[in-house]
Design a protein around this ligand. Sequence first.
Ligand SMILES: [Zn+2]
Length: 99
Amino acid sequence: MKNQNLNANYIKNAINPLAFYRHELPNAPLKKQGWNSGGLCPFHTDKRPGSFQVNMETGGFNCFSCHVKGGDIIAFTMALHGLNFSDALAKLADDWGLR
Ligand SMILES: [Zn+2]
């Protein structure tokens, strides 16, 4: 890792969950607060929206259909891209220009 100061709290404070999920889920009609429909689930072959939800305060995500879930945008990045924790931090930092 290039920047040793990269840590989870820094990443989570720097990236707003709403901005993050608008980027990751461009077709979901996300509102500013609470749990939102995330549109089609990116973790399974989803044909209609309704199962996948994301939380705009915490960055948490949950799919009632394929049962993938996590507590923040770091967990989302790990699950979606198959990364370990530190690699997910590095990807987020790169994607969002944080180093
Ligand atoms: Zn799913």
